[in-house]
Design a protein around this ligand. Sequence first.
Ligand SMILES: [Zn+2]
Length: 69
Amino acid sequence: MKELKWRKCPLCGAWSFYIDIPGNVIITFRITNTGEITFTCHDRTYPITDQTRIHCLSCSWSGTIDDLD
Ligand SMILES: [Zn+2]
């Protein structure tokens, strides 16, 4: 079985991210190296694309999924 690895923030190495959606709602998630997104907030999901601006939960980094380590 292939081991799943979480993609990491290029600045601090953390692997929890969030997006801000209208209404001041924060959606938190992790993403594996195979591109699978696991939402870590209660019963909320949101379509995240390559262009979605995402933010690191642990530092001030923001960018897209493509920028992750
Ligand atoms: Zn970070």
